[in-house]
Design a protein around this ligand. Structure first.
Ligand SMILES: [Ca+2]
Ligand SMILES: [Ca+2]
Ligand SMILES: [Ca+2]
Length: 106
């Protein structure tokens, strides 16, 4: 955002995160938050259970309950798929190992 926009939103143009709440000024303005107050970091605009700060850090949409932070395991939709595949792969390897051990004993 430009310095003029920063000024209009009561933000400090020399800092990317004026209130130091972890959410960038431009991001806060985009979603109607206050770039000059850290009090909104713990808020939950869309009521999906993730704070605005968590959504900012996770790259999700704080005003869309269907969009939750990347890597989260709960919530609607989300990035749990990759984790699930990893766990399934480990289980398959473990089962294969047990299977081979059992055969070796025969
Ligand atoms: Ca901020
Ligand atoms: Ca803020
Ligand atoms: Ca939220």
């Amino acid at each position: 955002m430009t310095n003029l926009q920063e000024f209009q939103n009561n933000a400090d143009p020399t800092r990317a995160d004026t209130d130091g709440d972890g959410m960038p000024d431009g991001w806060e303005v985009q979603y109607g938050l206050d770039p000059a107050s850290a009090a909104d970091a713990g808020g939950d605009l869309d009521g999906d259970g993730y704070t605005n700060l968590q959504e900012s850090l996770g790259g999700s949409d704080p005003i869309n309950p269907g969009s939750v932070p990347a890597g989260s395991t709960s919530g609607v939709g989300g990035g749990g798929g990759g984790d699930g595949c990893g766990a399934t792969g480990m289980e398959a390897l473990l089962l294969l190992g047990l299977f081979l051990l059992a055969r070796r004993r025969d």
